[in-house]
Design a binder for this molecule. Structure first.
Ligand code: ADP
Length: 450
């Protein structure tokens, strides 16, 4: 294993992922700087980092998304690299550029690569050119309703309109027939403009009952690329993932091998570096079709860590320091056992309304085969300003059933008092026949909740 490539890393994030990065830095002997908003003064990432700098008020636009404040915090503390986590500035090419010109190493892909992956129809074209299968769709952005109609007719309904700059499941519209197209096209453009500041929309074939399967990428700065198997993320509510597992219970070994080989070539061809994820949708015939690349560490990375034994965040840091994958991984990566992750949100389990507030009592489960990534603590406050994800429970076993039973045990022993969480929903899913048999698609939750 390579030695520490940086002296001090600033973590431009909060919550469980900020703690996750702090853990990797501690394991590498690298000092850490936390940044925090006024609402996060008493957070665990502030407590466990070696230094902490307040970068502004609660609202993320004025703190975690405020590039000059983050850069100043790095300069004042003498950090030599920045880890962006996920969300916030993690896929902001402009931020990566500012880091570069400020002499700070951005722990992620190069700015130009982030930019080309962030324009989703461009990423589609790049992958297609490199031989990765994509869904039939428009060649780039659609400018008029008439053009959208012509493309949709050629592909066949239903189709989905997607924001070019989209993310987090927003800016998408499913179009069932011609009559809806013009009006939904205008809606999708308006929503894209409002959410991402760019109205560009493209279109692709809508798969009625897909499974979401994604591949973990690691690529060093010397042209070496490894694909660390896949994650199945079909358990979603409103296009937001709730449960992920690795490996996928349905992917055929020959499909896995074929897609991994093509993806490896494509990722090398686009000059991608650091960690990333290529997302695919599986159609009825079991074929995988590329939809997008996420140029960052994912929320669900621990399930891959569980079945590969590879520390993905540590790998990101070592890659950014110039190490070679061969040295980081120390030999071929093998997939062993099965892992499931439940995303625990601070929300009402039936109404899904966010439920911030003070945690008055807490028990974090443990025991064989269980990992919990969380920034919760007794008397800590979950502020209302940020994402409602408060904990990730990862259960692993020699096979899927062992992991599932351990997850149920962990969910039972995960006690959070003072706020509502989505634990009861997870218990229901983990005990459901459809989940047990692994017979589900991305509409599973909608069906379960009726
Ligand atoms: P985002 O970047 O906003 O998360 P994605 O392109 O990753 O958007 O899609 C998120 C989810 O939306 C997918 O996991 C899937 O459930 C659904 N989705 C996206 N594209 C399609 C499609 N062509 N057909 C059916 N469902 C889709």
């Amino acid at each position: 294993m390579a030695s520490a490539p940086f002296k001090k890393i600033l973590i431009a994030n909060r919550g469980e992922i900020a703690l996750r990065v702090i853990c990797a830095c501690k394991d590498l002997g690298i000092a850490t700087v936390a940044v925090y908003s006024e609402a996060d003064r008493d957070s665990l990432h502030v407590r466990f980092a070696d230094q902490a700098v307040c970068i502004g008020p609660a609202r993320s636009a004025r703190s975690y998304l405020d590039i000059p404040s983050v850069i100043s915090a790095a300069e004042i503390t003498g950090a030599d690299a920045i880890h962006p986590g996920y969300g916030f500035l993690s896929e902001n090419a402009g931020f990566a550029e500012v880091c570069e010109v400020s002499g700070l190493k951005f722990i992620g892909p190069r700015p130009d690569v982030i930019r080309s992956m962030g324009v989703k129809e461009r990423a589609r074209e790049l992958m297609k050119a490199a031989g990765v299968p994509i869904l039939p769709g428009s060649d780039g952005v659609l400018t008029t309703g008439a053009e959208a109609l012509e493309t949709a007719r050629a592909i066949g309904f239903p189709v989905i309109l997607k924001a070019s700059a989209g993310g987090g499941g927003r800016g998408m519209r499913v179009v069932q027939d011609e009559a809806q197209l013009e009006h939904l096209f205008a809606q999708a453009r308006a929503e894209a403009e409002a959410a991402f500041g760019v109205p560009d929309v493209y279109l692709e074939k809508y798969i009625t009952a897909p499974r979401h399967i994604e591949f973990q990428i690691l690529a060093d700065e010397h042209g070496n690329v490894e694909i660390l198997g896949e994650r199945e993320c079909s358990i979603q509510r409103r296009h937001q993932k709730l449960i992920e597992e690795a490996p996928s219970p349905v992917l055929k070994p020959e499909t896995r091998v074929a897609v991994m080989a093509r993806l490896q070539e494509a990722i090398r061809a686009v000059g991608y570096t650091n960690a990333g994820t290529a997302e695919f949708l599986m159609d009825d015939a079991g074929n995988l079709n590329f939809i997008e690349v996420n140029a960052r560490i994912q929320v669900e990375h621990p399930v891959t860590e569980a079945i590969t034994g590879v520390d993905l965040v540590k790998s990101q840091i070592l890659i950014a320091g110039g190490a070679r994958l061969g040295e980081i991984l120390g030999g071929p990566v093998t997939l062993r056992g099965h892992a499931i992750e439940c995303r625990i949100n601070a929300e009402h389990p039936e109404t899904f309304a966010p439920c911030p507030g003070r945690v008055t009592g807490l028990n974090i489960p443990g025991g064989i085969g269980v990992r919990v990534d969380t920034a919760l603590y007794t008397d800590g406050v979950v502020p209302p300003y940020y994402d409602s994800l408060v904990a990730k429970i990862i259960a692993m076993g020699r096979d899927r059933e062992e992991a599932r039973v351990r997850m149920l045990r962990a969910l039972e022993m995960f006690v959070v008092e003072g706020i509502y969480t989505s634990v009861p929903l997870h218990q229901r899913i983990l005990s459901d026949d459809g989940f047990i048999r692994a017979e589900f698609d991305t509409n599973y939750i909608a069906r379960l909740l009726g």
